[in-house]
Write a protein that binds this ligand. Structure first.
Ligand SMILES: [Zn+2]
Length: 122
């Protein structure tokens, strides 16, 4: 398979841009909860803290995705994009279409020799 680097570069850049916007939104939700003891009841305060924690967790997940996408861009620049990081085989084009940031081929993922990895190289 000959990889269409430009196609994937554009897709990765688009996803990074989208992620940047979502991360800014999450950042707003993560901002310190202002506690006005006179007007905000205890339940509302707990609710606000919980939402803040959820926004923080979401933001952390997005940071991981952001790193993966940037790493994929680096692989395009280094012309190693689309090649399995473990066995040097070419990645399946369908796999890359689903997840352009994938780093391991399906065979290596199936081997489960890669610790802490879910579908498509997470
Ligand atoms: Zn492999």
């Amino acid at each position: 398979m000959q990889c269409d680097f430009e196609f994937f570069r554009q897709r990765l850049l688009d996803e990074i841009t989208r992620l940047d916007i979502s991360m800014r939104e999450a950042q707003g939700a993560m901002a310190t909860v202002v506690l006005d003891q006179t007007s905000v009841g205890r339940i509302a305060r707990m609710d606000a803290l919980q939402q803040q924690a959820m926004a923080k967790a979401l933001h952390e997940r997005m940071q991981v995705s952001h790193r993966r996408l940037r790493a994929a861009l680096n692989r395009i620049n280094a012309e190693t994009f689309g090649i399995c990081c473990q066995c040097d085989d070419e990645l399946d084009s369908q796999q890359l279409n689903k997840d352009p940031a994938a780093v391991f081929c399906l065979a290596c993922i199936a081997e489960k020799s890669i610790p802490g990895r879910g579908q498509f190289g997470y």
